[in-house]
Design a protein around this ligand. Sequence first.
Ligand SMILES: [Zn+2]
Ligand SMILES: [Zn+2]
Length: 184
Amino acid sequence: MIPSLEALTSILTIFLAVVAALLIALWLSLIIWALRDMRARSRDPFAQFLAALLVAALPVVGIIIYFILRPPETLIEAYERALEEEALLQEIEERPACPGCSRTVEKNWLLCPYCHTRLRKACRDCNALLALNWNLCPYCGNQKVDPYTAGAVTASVMVQEQVDPVAEDEPEPDVEPVEETTDD
Ligand SMILES: [Zn+2]
Ligand SMILES: [Zn+2]
């Protein structure tokens, strides 16, 4: 039995209508997806609107363009990365480095043991450790803290060096070389 042309046309019409409905549903869901995705990536309402408009105006190409142009990370990812960076920075700050040789030093060291750079200074009144650029002591209120000068470092380093037994400056033993003279 051969279906009539009228029946074929109506079947084709129904088929096309279903396909069109599915495509419209897909199109709408892509617009909603783009809007949601952009809301996760940007707080800017204009950018969110633009993403939805792009996908709506260019149904297939728009989604590809959106994938290329969208911000690479979501707001949550950006926030987590910022937290990680902050934690890393804090860790670096907690382990101070010598400004002279960049090696890790302790917070309570006066001098760098590797390169003799002065790291901190001690308050004359309470002996608390102060940063070099402080000109008062926050612990005891001493306002007569010596400002840091380059000369102080040299002097302190020299003092440190003088602690060592100064072998080089010691005069030679007074034993004169006994020259065996045959003056007999
Ligand atoms: Zn050093
Ligand atoms: Zn003090």
